[in-house]
Write a protein that binds this ligand. Structure first.
Ligand code: UDP
Ligand code: LCN
Length: 812
């Protein structure tokens, strides 16, 4: 595509010159893809521009995600296809172009904010040299299915050449122990040949035995041959495992290998790291920074425990798995359990929350909640102390670590490094995509958000993780049109700090899509009437239609209109006030539907944090300005999941719809909850909902940047329903099925545990751990992250001086 640029430039010189002037007239040095494409199309409608309508330039502009214009130079960042980029410089007056490196592109961009152009040496982070010889996917459709690729690639490479792979597999099988008890193989078999022979004899021995007799009945015989417990509980399971291994040793096939590894007893204890926020089982949702991640982890651990118990049982063992959720202890717990060191998680046998406090530089416990943007200086010390407590609580190191969000992933990196444990990362939401240009203009945000620390932590944790799971494909690599959340870390710049020319590669086989689910006990379709509790329903109806109180505003005058429902934390990005304003401004929408908003506090006195306070005032102002009290009801955040489930169902009873108007939503648990409840859903096209919903089939996409279009989309939905009474039902049912098939916790747990075993194995058997990368990242941690987190950079010192915060020397 880029190759055609010189010819197009010379052929349509004059017209293109006018187009570039048009771009210049926008007076934005950084132009985003939508600006470029819109202006291009508009220009093609003019007399001077019509010659450009059918040129290759149109395709190039459509693929350009960003352009930087400082006349006479225009730089384009062209995304040829998902996760594949090229950069071009065009001299606008001479109409010549040349391809440039990403480094040059970023350097040009830096000049927009850094006055001392190109004089200083800039630190460039480049992880690509470490990737030489390391397997990488090549097809964009394979992104997010890393484990399949890795199995294919490595089983071919290791086993086809014979010898080494078999020997490493044999060694690996001898490693496993639980509570001092040897598993799988004992010392009787000494090498691969002996193992093959032992498998033959064992299979002959088991062949005539009834398939449901247990390991115990044959343990004496099998032990003599070299086998220990762990192959299966029953004869049929033991035989299956042994046949799989025998086949692998004879002629390895990736599928067999994957199946066999998934059966090995390797994971008995897991630590899940989620330091920030209020992490608890009740009274925490809706508090700032505490939302879907908590819901996700609580459901996740229940599913993981069930799956671990079942697989440990099938392996013929009688151990109880252990899962610990490691979070922060907050003495000023605001009515939550966040001040308790240990808390058992309901609905599980043994899962516990372990809370460890943050300590300041003098070693004093930090008593109060701290926003997630402010926690960086505490994390290293936290990791060291949490490790001690975690190991004591588990009676040893965990077999597997899962980090959550930027802070949890960084702590998991530190722990995994210290303990030598497999590390999995879950981002939940990468802030970089939520705040446009927050990398380029990081200094402007530094005082409030400390993105310098966060993005540095993200880069380190992404690259140390053995594998990363994401909820959707777009989280990794976006769509044809838009950039993925991880992709946005592949190259970027924070002028004055460092420039990333190769930060993470979406084609890395460490990425796997493993989507979360919904809690089936709380979220089920409205038409499953027998499961719905009348008392719960009565309470929820009161919440929707009852009299105004301290924690509600508005009361529906017309009780028969369908309800439009939105529920989220009251953050700016969630855009609840945006939805309220669109609704307020549409007389037609107001006449056909009521609006129910659930989130935050209605009483400004009870606001937690400046951002929430601002949103509360904004909502009240809109209520007053547009006289909304008869048509809109705003209810404080809900903390009881069962009640929330019934809320979706009651709205579905009204033949209403759920609206998720966020400016960006990384995944969107509310979206799958609403759909699972049978409530037709219209959700933002920025982020996860784009992939969850098939537009026009199982719901609708809406663009929060175009409120009028959103209103038209909602009106069209109700209109279609009026003309065809089956319409609402079809969308509702397609949503129910979509979530049932794709977003289920049991599938999640099965897949995640399988990944943990497979990546654990490949770490052992190959040099996949990438020692060189690790050493490079350690240096980056020590020389970049640490000073940033401690506030030792010029900028943070200046910020601290302004805010009067004194920097304390951390303990040695
Ligand atoms: N939620 C809730 N009460 C509220 C607001 C939200 O129970 O007042 C729950 C909601 O049901 C969902 C989670 O909080 O399970 C929000 O997750 P989501 O992924 O939608 O957004 P996040 O808060 O993580 O950004
Ligand atoms: C954080 C978010 O912002 C949501 O979009 C996700 O659904 C949630 O975490 C759970 O992963």
């Amino acid at each position: 595509m880029i190759e055609h640029l010189p010819a197009v430039l010379s052929e349509h010189r004059e017209s293109i010159y006018l187009l570039f002037r048009r771009y210049g007239a926008l007076d934005k040095p950084v132009l985003v893809g939508s600006d470029l494409a819109y202006e291009y199309e508009q220009f093609c409608l003019t007399e001077a521009g019509q010659v450009l309508a059918d040129t290759r330039l149109r395709q190039i502009i459509r693929s350009t995600q960003e352009a930087v214009l400082v006349p006479p130079l225009l730089y384009l960042a062209v995304r040829l296809t998902v996760a594949k980029w090229r950069w071009v410089q065009i001299h606008v007056e001479q109409m010549v172009c040349r391809e440039v490196t990403v480094s040059e592109y970023l350097e040009f961009k830096e000049r927009l904010v850094e006055k001392s152009r190109g004089q200083r040496w800039v630190l460039e982070l480049d992880l690509s040299p470490f990737e030489r010889g390391f397997p990488k996917l090549s097809e964009t459709r394979s992104i997010g299915r890393g484990v399949e690729y890795l199995n294919r690639f490595l089983s071919g490479r290791l086993f086809d050449s014979g010898g080494e792979g078999h020997r490493r597999l044999f060694e690996f099988l001898k490693l496993h122990q639980v509570q001092g008890r040897q598993l799988m193989l004992n010392g009787v078999v000494q090498d691969v040949a002996q193992l093959q022979e032992a498998l033959r004899v064992a299979l002959d021995h088991l062949q005539p035995e009834p398939p449901d007799t247990t390991w115990e009945s044959h343990s004496a015989e099998l032990r003599k041959l070299g086998f220990e417990v762990g192959w299966g509980r029953t004869v049929s399971q033991i035989r299956e495992s042994m046949e799989l291994l025998s086949d692998i040793l004879e002629a390895p096939a990736p599928k067999n290998l994957e199946q066999f590894l998934s059966r090995i007893p390797m994971i008995f204890s897991i630590a899940i790291v989620s330091p920030h926020g209020f992490f608890g089982q009740s009274e925490v949702l809706g508090k700032p920074d505490t939302g879907g991640q908590v819901v996700y982890i609580l459901d996740q651990v229940r599913a993981l425990e069930r799956e671990m118990r079942s697989s440990i049982h099938d392996q013929g063992l009688d151990f109880e798995p252990q899962i610990l959720v490691l979070t922060r202890l907050i003495p000023e717990s605001q009515g939550t359990t966040s001040d308790q060191r240990i808390e058992h998680i309901l609905g599980t046998e043994h899962v516990r929350i372990l809370r460890v406090p943050f300590r300041d530089a003098r070693g004093q416990v930090v008593p109060q909640w701290i926003p997630r943007f402010e926690i960086w200086e505490y994390l290293e010390r936290y990791a060291v102390e949490a490790e001690r407590e975690m190991v004591a609580e588990l009676g040893g190191k965990p077999d597997f670590l899962i980090g959550n969000y930027s802070d949890g992933n960084l702590v998991a990196s530190i722990l995994a490094h210290r303990l030598g444990v497999t590390q999995c990362n879950i981002a939940h939401a990468l802030e970089k995509t939520k705040y446009p240009h927050s990398d380029l203009h990081w200094k402007q945000h530094e005082e409030e958000y400390h993105f310098s620390c966060q993005y540095t932590a993200d880069l380190i944790a992404m690259n140390t993780a053995d594998f990363i799971i994401t909820s959707t494909y777009q989280e990794i690599a976006g769509t044809k049109e838009s950039i993925g959340q991880y992709e946005s870390y592949s190259s970027f710049t924070m002028p004055g700090l460092y420039r990333v020319v190769s930060g993470i590669d979406c084609f890395d086989p460490k990425f796997n899509i493993v989507s979360p689910g919904t809690d089936e006990a709380a979220f089920f379709p409205y038409y499953e009437v027998a499961r719905r509790l009348p008392d719960l329903r009565a309470g929820v109806l009161d919440l929707i239609f009852g009299s105004p109180s301290d924690e509600t505003r508005g009361q529906f005058r017309d009780l028969n209109k369908p309800i439009l429902f939105a529920m989220s934390r009251l953050d700016r990005v969630k855009n609840m006030a945006g939805l309220l304003e669109w609704y307020a401004q549409s007389a037609e929408l107001r006449s056909i539907a009521n609006l129910l908003l659930v989130g935050g506090h209605v009483d400004p006195e009870r606001a937690t944090g400046a951002e929430q306070l601002h949103q509360i005032h904004l909502m009240h102002r809109l209520f007053d300005e547009y006289h909304l009290d008869d048509e809109v009801r705003w209810v404080l955040r809900q903390t009881d999941k069962t009640r929330v489930g019934e809320l979706y169902r009651c709205v579905a009873d009204s033949r209403g719809a759920f609206v998720q108007p966020a400016l960006f939503e990384a995944f969107g648990l509310t979206v799958i909850e609403a759909m699972r409840s049978g409530l037709p859903t219209l959700a933002t096209c920025y982020g996860g909902p784009l992939e969850i919903i098939e537009d026009g089939v199982s719901g609708f996409h809406i663009d929060p940047n175009h409120g009028e279009d959103v209103v038209q989309r909602i009106l069209a939905f109700f209109d279609d329903h009026t003309r065809d009474p089956e319409y609402w039902w079809r969308i509702s049912q397609a949503g129910v099925l979509r979530v049932r098939e794709r977003y289920a916790w049991n599938l999640y747990a099965e897949k995640l545990l399988s990944l943990s075993r497979i990546y654990g194995f490949w770490n052992y058997i190959t040099n996949i751990e990438r020692q060189e990368t690790r050493r490079y990242l350690e240096m980056f941690y020590g020389l970049m992250y640490r000073p940033l987190a401690r506030g030792e950079t010029q900028l943070s010192l200046a910020a601290r001086a302004r805010t009067g915060t004194r920097h304390e020397e951390p303990r040695p």
